[in-house]
Design a protein around this ligand. Structure first.
Ligand SMILES: *Cc1c(COP(=O)(O)O)cnc(C)c1O
Length: 423
């Protein structure tokens, strides 16, 4: 695509955007009397306008029905999580029985590792990325300690090569091969939270399996961002949060995927709770746990309806489009953002280094830039001028033009402000 840095170009692109109607479905923060340029949907997605109605309906049903809301609410609370399955399975590229809306991301990673990190005397190592989100590192380290290992013994954290920011695919393959006799689990972020790098999940899953390991993915930055095919990729398990690209609100209910091949396996250890027990006999309250034959077996508690209702609102929007359509627009937007950054850097002689891979198939919506010599003052100026981006130490600005609600003109406006701010 041939990009230009002028407002006519940006508006013309927005005019022909088949997804433009969705922008109006979201609330934008207002700064200086204008809707913000919102590039932090990778951190907290914007609120859909119908979220309030969904929450209100639950409040009304509670008010009017009390406990009977479990059966008589508009969306009965008893099977409430089931209202999410179909939409989530599409986004995950999974069968319906393989996904469930439950818990929170780090909690879910622990629950899944209880089942899928089962170290033996010979096989006890976990392969992850060195720049994993800190919560993932804490979760992994505490899991290996729980089994009696030290982090140094059992966690292999992959670093990018000297002078590089992202991990090379061949280096991950090599690490898997080098550790193949000791590897119990490969657990990496599908999209790295810092650089925005998309990992080649299908190939790495295959390589992990060939080495005799289990392969799980943290999809916090992948879910609702890039196309996923978890079932066909033969991924063992995955977990995600939904307040990022899924616009479900702060701390919203998360989700998990467990591959069909592991469902109903009586030998799998699991931390159990009553909502994972087969639903036909759940209320007979038997003493012996009989797991559901779906990913629902990992649920512990009854549905937290108020942290789930906003996600139902958001999924209604996702149901009107597809990840493929969103991805097509996303590739154009992140390409335009890269073009605009390079344009400004050239014009004002700034030293911006894009640390996100430049090739479209190795990145999602996010572009991360190392702002050499442009300190935090630039970030503060952007925020004052109504551009909401995310700052990470030491000197990285992360931006995600989210295709559901961002457009070309947002990126143009950002470019104009950046031009002025770096003169
Ligand atoms: C956002 C994010 C988290 C956050 O974990 P919570 O349990 O939802 O607080 C964890 N891991 C990764 C990779 C993330 O991007």
């Amino acid at each position: 695509m041939q990009y230009e840095f002028n407002v006519e170009f940006a508006r013309a692109q927005d005019q022909i955007d088949p997804l433009k109607r969705f922008r109006d479905e979201f609330h934008f923060p207002v700064i200086n009397g204008k809707p913000a340029v919102y590039f932090t949907g990778n951190s907290l997605g914007l609120q859909p306008k119908n979220t309030q109605q969904y929450l209100n309906e639950e409040l009304e049903d509670w008010k009017n029905h009390g406990v009977e809301g479990h059966f008589h609410a508009k969306r009965p609370w008893m099977p409430y999580h089931e209202f999410f399955t179909e939409s989530l399975s599409k986004i995950a590229g999974a069968k319906k029985e393989e996904v469930v809306a439950m818990g929170t991301l780090t909690n879910n990673l622990h629950l899944l590792m209880v089942s899928f990190y089962r170290p033996t005397e010979k096989r006890y190592k976990i392969l992850c990325e060195a720049k994993a989100f800190p919560s993932d590192r804490y979760a992994l380290a505490s899991q290996v300690r729980f089994h009696g290992y030290t982090e140094e013994e059992a966690v292999i954290a992959l670093e990018p090569r000297e002078g590089e920011h992202t991990i090379r695919h061949e280096d991950v393959l090599k690490a898997i091969e080098d550790n193949k006799d000791e590897l119990a689990l490969v657990m990496i972020g599908g999209v790295n939270f810092y650089t925005g790098q998309v990992m080649k999940m299908e190939e790495l899953t295959k390589a992990g399996h060939a080495a005799g390991a289990i392969v799980g993915w943290d999809l916090a930055h992948a879910f609702g961002n890039i196309p996923l095919n978890l079932h066909d990729w033969n991924v063992d398990f995955a977990a995600w949060c939904t307040y990022k690209y899924l616009n479900s609100g702060p701390g919203a209910i998360a989700g998990v995927f467990v591959h069909e091949k592991h469902l109903g396996n009586p030998d799998l250890p699991r931390f159990e709770g009553w909502w994972g027990h087969e639903k036909e006999t759940r209320f007979e309250m038997p003493n012996r746990f009989v797991p559901m034959k779906t990913a629902e077996a990992w649920q512990l508690s009854n549905a937290p309806v108020f942290s789930m209702a906003p996600q139902r609102a958001s999924l209604d929007i996702f149901d009107q489009t597809s990840i493929e359509e969103l991805r097509e627009k996303s590739i154009k937007l992140s390409g335009y953002l890269e073009f605009v950054l390079n344009h400004v850097a050239e014009k004002n002689q700034c030293d911006f280094e894009i640390i996100t891979p430049l090739s479209w198939d190795e990145r999602g919506a996010q572009v991360s830039v190392l702002m050499h010599g442009q300190g935090k003052a630039l970030f503060d100026t952007l925020m004052e001028e109504g551009v909401i981006v995310d700052w990470r130490e030491p000197n990285v600005i992360r931006m995600a033009p989210v295709p559901l609600y961002c457009n070309f003109e947002d990126i143009y406006r950002f470019g104009e402000i950046l031009l002025r701010a770096t003169k």
